[in-house]
Design a protein around this ligand. Structure first.
Ligand code: PA5
Length: 336
């Protein structure tokens, strides 16, 4: 059972390039009379929200309008009539996302739905809102391509993110070409994490969602805790918190690095390591691959997905089920 879960999740991580390509093809069949918007907001939780974070990070320095990702029941005040609002939920039954979606509909936003079914699809069909349908049978976290691509295509179409569709195609080709090398690297990183606490640092804002993705994938696939932090902010608080070697002795640090990492941040990383030396067991410095922003972000996401699946195997756990999320959701449905 553990083996079959491993093989399924391994295949899903490996096939991200094919998924991106398939998602582009499928998304073309959804018709959308998109209008120009004054803001973009995306509501989603967990595996359904990370695609939006990635797009937001990629567009951070070029997006002409505010872009908010909402992981809660309530929408911020900036979400109004002229907002392009995406409700993203793989199951279509996530209560926080449904609550945000209801508010967005009431506020007269231009609503777009990305879902595999559930209540969200039922409501959107009744209201004749555009729906991007995600194929069923996948864990939400393994549907990253299907959940991210519709956002990118719509934003490209409305002029908020020109060129994102071609970036997606290039990313799919790049990831497909280099994935065998990623997998080898993932095995090395996973081996070093076995029985230890992974600590993942993003070193520029482009990579913040990648650090989050690593944490969530290590939580859900490998069933381990993971700490994440941001550089250079780390140097202004967390570096002091690293003064307790007994807490950290069995930890492994991963620095996620990109061309956008500031040269001074690179020096900060080195200085930090020399100051906190002896409090952790191993450091990895992982560099993005590729050229366009999306390609770079997805390269380290894919690597992280592979690390989490390999770590699950090494720790002897099944990466597929997320029993505690299921239990919690069923208790919440019961109103307890
Ligand atoms: O990975 C998971 O299963 C979770 O993080 C879910 O994505 C999260 O609970 C939200 O559910 P859904 O994606 O169905 O909206």
């Amino acid at each position: 059972m553990v083996d079959s879960g491993y093989l399924i999740m391994k295949r899903l991580a490996w096939e991200l390039p094919e998924q991106l390509t398939d998602a582009i093809r499928r998304s073309r069949s959804t018709s959308l009379a998109a209008r120009t918007s004054a803001a973009v907001a995306v509501a989603g939780m967990g595996g359904s929200a990370i695609g939006a974070d990635i797009i937001a990070a990629v567009l951070a320095e070029s997006c002409p309008v505010p872009f908010r990702v909402v992981r809660d029941y309530r929408l911020p005040a900036i979400v109004g009539q002229r907002t392009l609002f995406f409700a993203v939920s793989y199951s279509g039954n996530t209560e926080e996302t449904l609550a945000a979606y209801e508010q967005a509909t009431k506020r007269g936003c231009q609503v777009v739905v990305v879902t595999g079914g559930g209540e969200l699809r039922r409501l959107a069909e009744r209201r004749k809102q555009p729906i991007f349908r995600v194929p069923s049978g996948l864990p939400p976290r393994a549907a990253l391509g299907y959940l991210l691509v519709p956002l990118a295509l719509v934003l490209d179409q409305v002029g908020v993110a020109r060129g994102l569709t071609s970036q997606l195609k290039r990313a799919a080709a790049f990831l497909g070409k280099f994935r065998a090398g990623f997998w080898r690297q993932a095995r090395t990183v996973a081996r070093s994490m076995k029985g230890r606490l992974p600590i993942v640092y993003s070193t520029c804002r482009l990579l913040d969602p990648v650090a989050d993705r690593w944490r969530c994938q290590l939580n859900e696939n490998a069933k381990v805790l993971c700490h994440t932090g941001l550089f250079p902010e780390h140097n202004h608080n967390e570096i002091v918190g690293m003064g307790s070697p007994s807490q950290l002795r069995r930890s492994v640090i991963v620095f996620l690095v990109d061309k956008r990492t500031h040269p001074r941040t690179m020096i900060r990383m080195k200085q930090t390591i020399s100051i906190v030396r002896g409090t952790f067991e191993r450091v990895h410095r992982l560099q993005t691959g590729g050229s366009a922003l999306l390609e770079r972000v997805l390269s380290l996401c894919m690597l992280g997905d592979m690390v989490s699946v390999e770590l699950a195997r090494l720790q002897g756990v099944d990466p597929f089920p997320v029993a505690r999320i299921d239990l919690l959701k069923s208790r919440m449905r019961g109103g307890r």
